[in-house]
Design a protein around this ligand. Structure first.
Ligand code: PEP
Length: 294
């Protein structure tokens, strides 16, 4: 196994701002979002060191955009979109429509879309390309079923979803992507991947990203974990080297509890051994700093 210099690891991690997203799924009406934003604002206030995204149902997007103008505690996301800009697609929403509502992020390939609504890797790929060209940042969900994990097919599944999903995506757009690792057996089940299981999958995803782009792009790409994240397990998961945030479903519906999930993430932490700046570390790399910025 190739060991990375702790300095290189610290620099890469520092470049990846943590990203915590609340996927409300089919919950909360436009009437409920103002009080949610008010409670979240009261709980956490201004957040600079992590990026927070609220992802309501389409119907609540305008009201939430208005609430966030007053209490700028988070950015806006959407739960899905169609790949065409407009046309005869009853019931669908396009990327330009989301942009017109000041939406920044869009979740694509969520397992509920794949499993319940016929979403395929090819559809996810078309949506990713359309979202990026409209200026939206896709949060691309990947993850295996329990049967696939039991059959030791985790890597095969993740590799296929990433390679197919990102086919034809221009490498200059990779910086706008977020990947969410969401093992299906952990979504809405109360069963969370252990920090070790999640870290192993995230490191693998990063290696696949490196193979379809390049190592430095992969080192900068943010990978969230999703699957029964709650205040009690968020901090330990987010302490793992390749886990750059969380996509939270059920536990994000209560603004106070969702706010608590980031408390641990916001604490400063030292990730490198305390070596004097100016010295070389054990890997012979020149040390510029040795403690991550908050
Ligand atoms: C999700 O649906 O993206 C999710 C992670 O849900 P939950 O947190 O409820 O498992």
């Amino acid at each position: 196994m190739i060991m990375k210099s702790p300095v290189k690891v610290a620099v890469e991690m520092a470049a990846r701002k943590k990203i915590i997203a609340a996927n409300w799924k089919m919950n909360l009406t436009h009437r409920e979002v103002k009080s949610y934003a008010d409670v979240l604002w009261a709980e956490v206030g201004v957040v600079n060191e992590i990026e927070v995204i609220l992802i309501p149902p389409f119907t609540a997007i305008p009201a939430l955009a208005e609430a966030l103008e007053k209490n700028p505690v988070a950015r806006l996301g959407a739960q899905n979109m169609h790949w065409e800009k407009c046309g005869a697609f009853t019931g669908e929403i396009s990327a330009p429509m989301l942009r017109a509502l000041y939406v920044n992020y869009v979740v694509l390939g969520h397992s509920e879309r794949r499993r319940l609504f016929g979403g395929t890797d090819e559809m996810v790929n078309r949506k990713i390309i359309a979202a990026l060209s409209a200026g939206l940042q896709p949060i691309v969900c990947v993850g295996e079923t329990l049967a696939e994990r039991n059959d030791e097919r985790v890597e095969e599944v993740l590799k296929r979803q990433i390679q197919e999903g990102l086919k034809g995506v221009n490498s200059r757009h990779f910086h706008d992507l977020v990947i969410a690792y969401e093992p299906l057996w952990a979504i809405g089940t109360g069963r969370t991947a252990t920090p070790e299981e999640a870290q192993e999958a995230h490191a693998f995803i990063r290696s696949v990203i490196a193979s379809v782009s390049d190592p430095s792009t992969a080192a900068r790409l943010r990978i969230q974990y999703g699957g029964s994240v709650k205040p009690e397990n968020a901090e330990e998961l987010l302490r793992q080297q390749d886990i750059d945030g969380a996509l939270v479903g059920g536990a994000s519906l209560d603004a106070r509890s969702f706010g608590r999930e980031w408390k641990g993430v916001r604490r400063p932490r030292a990730v490198c051994p305390p070596i004097m700046p100016g010295a070389k570390d054990e890997f012979g790399v020149f040390v510029v700093f040795h403690v991550l910025p908050k």
